[in-house]
Design a protein around this ligand. Sequence first.
Ligand SMILES: NC(=O)c1ccc[n+]([C@@H]2O[C@H](COP(=O)([O-])OP(=O)(O)OC[C@H]3O[C@@H](n4cnc5c(N)ncnc54)[C@H](OP(=O)(O)O)[C@@H]3O)[C@@H](O)[C@H]2O)c1
Length: 278
Amino acid sequence: MPTQQSSALPDFLYGTAWKEERTPALTELALRTGFRGIDTANQRRHYFEAGVGQGLAAAYRAGVVARADLFLQTKFTYRPGQDHRLPYDPKASLSVQVAQSMASSLEHLGTDYLDSYVLHGPASGYGWTDADSEVWEAMMKERDAGRTRLLGVSNVSVRYLEQMEAAGAEIPAFVQNRCYARLGWDRDVRQFCRERKIIYQGFSLLTANVEVVRHPLVSELAARVNATSAQLVFSFARAVGMLPLTGTSDAEHMKQDLASVDLEISPDAVRAIESLAG
Ligand SMILES: NC(=O)c1ccc[n+]([C@@H]2O[C@H](COP(=O)([O-])OP(=O)(O)OC[C@H]3O[C@@H](n4cnc5c(N)ncnc54)[C@H](OP(=O)(O)O)[C@@H]3O)[C@@H](O)[C@H]2O)c1
């Protein structure tokens, strides 16, 4: 088993999707700016995982961070979510695909362990299936072999999580979902997570909620604490127990997003934002 340092959970995850050839430089910049959590996926269609590895290597070389300071998270993505650039043999069984995808991720990221390995999405939109069960078992084997510390699932409904639990599957450490304000900021899933001490990771907090970011109430609440609306949304997310992701490609926004960790927002403001939509 590889020696693993248990990096504490960071306050923020830096999301590396859709950055293509800018991925190495933006990953390095995010680390230089202070991010210690990195989210990626072995899904070349939307992520350049090897580019994340290049950014990490540059930051290690420059002495910005060491592997043990970081929380590295990547994902296993089923064939339908991929394009032709597959990290596994599509003819192999799902368990073998998980093992191959994991081996490829570790190589891309230049590490012998992950902090979190996430099932990118269910095999079918209709609930927990035999395919998910096989993949989850294979992911648990990877965890038990020391190749990841923790496991997660993504893009799931509360029904899916209930079915997973009812099937006797091990409960994930993380749920990563697109968080829509109009769905009460994913209220049902967050409640399921809270009751089981699962950490809820919220993504697209800004892009999925443009109407909230632009809402006069949010601008006013932000101005009161001398922050931007984007910062307020991230701060709100943390106040209701989420671990937020940001997908920024902008140096100034990286700083602002990290600074939102120190924003103090009142319980009244949290309640107002929570009930703004949905
Ligand atoms: N599990 C999944 O299926 C899944 C799906 C999608 C995404 N994700 C993960 O979540 C990450 C984030 O997703 P996302 O990009 O949709 O999230 P996001 O952070 O809501 O959206 C990024 C957008 O917000 C802007 N932004 C960020 N900080 C800002 C600030 N302080 N002020 C103003 N604008 C700001 C960015 O513009 P600038 O670049 O100009 O700052 C960019 O246009 C992805 O990179 C990926 O790692 C996971």
